[in-house]
Design a protein around this ligand. Structure first.
Ligand SMILES: NC(=O)c1ccc[n+]([C@@H]2O[C@H](COP(=O)([O-])OP(=O)(O)OC[C@H]3O[C@@H](n4cnc5c(N)ncnc54)[C@H](O)[C@@H]3O)[C@@H](O)[C@H]2O)c1
Length: 438
């Protein structure tokens, strides 16, 4: 029986995608969208653009494209805006990031050059390695938030946008833990007036977005909107939010492989992961306080997938080490090595080695696009607060308090697609399939 589904407003008019940080990921996203719009390239890596969704029984042969199944904004309707501490336009920033070839960038240079970053909310203390001049000033953090709120409204009207979303693709901030000032919206707003050091710039952007009714995704591991004050505000104001930390290279591989090892009841003694990375992100993460934020995010996945408490004989006390080394010659082309020590039948030891020669921003850009489009869809479908169905995209997914996150990529994908089926009133797919043998 097919249920009715959810009322979803159509994706009419322009969608403004506001990017915090106009670095490697953001410029690769903007240039990519322009190249795809012109038919120069294909949207490889993007589920919203290339993915299909099976509906009904396997015998029905119904597998539409996701973008034909749910009303997702067209790439033609996207307008980009950005903030950065450097005032380079998106063309210069993309050249500087060195991810995409000059030839491709030249073909979309006009669109890129016209995207100029607005002055950022930034404080050196949270990203020690960066020094930029394109920065807002104000007498306290609340005043900075108010400036962002005004800018968001101005961007919307200047560009004739119908709706907006915001994606944090700026540098990883230093490690912060949730504390009293993050507990309620009252304590948080008081903290903004007092310029409380526990409120980082990313929290100010998230607050401004949510106050403006703009969905917010956090592509970095910073605490940002993962605090009670902001998740509650998002729920109260009907704004979808999600995070944290795009799941791209090494952690993507980990969450593909670990569920497979567990499904075969193979044990794990240890998983050693190291990366060399030479872009600006690598430089920022070279600072121990910023790396700590990333490390926490990267470390959490294996514990949750392998459940040592449920399978102590297989996974109790396994060693998990994650390192990132800044190595300039590699630029954005990261190399991630994993040495995985497993054991099988009767405890016999085996090893798996992974050497992923990846391209960080090539992997991240389609995720940023999907998140912008799915968050906009969620808002038009009346969804609010934490969007756990988007955990597919994150290393450290935000969840309701007390709920452990799902890290297994395949469970995450099933959750995502079942959410879309639910929105449309289609049967959820359980893979039981007994009816085929009746
Ligand atoms: N590329 C990936 O695979 C990947 C995966 C997961 C997470 N991330 C995260 O995404 C973020 C972006 O990565 P990137 O490779 O584009 O980094 P990048 O260094 O090239 O770009 C980040 C940009 O943010 C700007 N910035 C810093 N603080 C800011 C602020 N407060 N306001 C506005 N702009 C600010 C910087 O000036 C820089 O231009 C990083 O935090 C990174 O850790 C990337």
């Amino acid at each position: 029986m097919v249920a009715k589904g959810v009322d979803i407003a159509p994706a009419e008019g322009k969608l403004g995608v506001l990017l915090v940080g106009l670095g490697a990921v953001s410029t690769t996203l903007v240039a990519g969208v322009e190249a795809i719009k012109r038919g120069i390239s294909e949207p490889v890596g993007s589920l919203t653009q290339m993915g299909t969704i099976r509906l009904g029984k396997r015998t029905e042969n119904r597998s539409p494209k996701i973008k034909d199944f749910v009303p997702i904004a067209e790439l033609e309707d996207i307008v980009f805006g950005a903030w950065d501490i450097f005032d380079d336009n998106a063309f210069d920033a993309a050249m500087n990031a060195g991810v995409l070839e000059k030839d491709l960038l030249n073909q979309v240079s006009e669109q890129l050059a016209s995207l100029k970053p607005m002055p950022a909310v930034f404080e050196q203390n949270y990203v020690k390695r960066l020094h930029g001049e394109n920065v807002k000033t104000g007498k306290n953090k609340m005043e900075l938030a108010e400036q962002l709120i005004e800018e968001i409204a101005k961007f919307k009207s200047d560009n004739g946008c119908d709706r907006l979303v915001m994606v944090w693709a700026a540098s990883t901030e230093i490690f912060l833990e949730s504390s009293a000032v993050h507990e309620t919206i009252e304590s948080f707003e008081k903290g903004l007036y007092d310029s409380d050091p526990a409120i980082s710039p990313s929290m100010i952007y998230a607050y401004a977005a949510i106050k403006s009714g703009v969905p917010f995704a956090n592509g970095a591991p910073n605490l940002t909107a993962d605090i009670p004050a902001l998740t509650k505000l998002a729920e109260d104001l009907g704004v979808p939010i999600c995070g944290k930390d795009f799941k791209t290279g090494q952690t993507l591989m980990k969450t593909i492989l670990a569920p497979g090892l567990k499904s075969r009841m193979l044990g794990l003694d240890g998983w050693y992961s190291t990366n060399i990375l030479g872009n600006r992100d690598g430089e920022v993460l070279d600072d121990p306080e910023n790396f700590k934020t990333k490390e926490e995010s990267k470390l959490s996945v294996l514990e949750h997938i392998l459940q040592p408490d449920v399978y102590p004989d297989l996974y109790e006390g396994f060693s998990h080490v994650v390192r990132i080394n800044y190595y300039p010659p590699r630029g954005d082309n990261k190399e991630g090595w994993d040495s995985v020590d497993i054991f099988g039948w009767l405890g016999y030891k085996m090893q798996i080695k992974i050497d992923f020669l990846c391209r960080d921003s090539i992997l991240a850009a389609p995720l940023a696009l999907d998140l912008a489009l799915f968050l906009d869809l969620a808002q038009r479908a009346g969804m609010k607060g934490i969007q756990e169905w988007l955990s597919f995209y994150f290393k450290a997914p935000q969840t309701a308090p007390g709920l452990y996150p799902e890290h297994d990529l395949f469970i995450q994908l099933m959750k995502l697609k079942n959410t879309l089926r639910h929105m449309r009133g289609e049967d959820l797919i359980t893979h039981l399939g007994l009816e085929y043998y009746d």
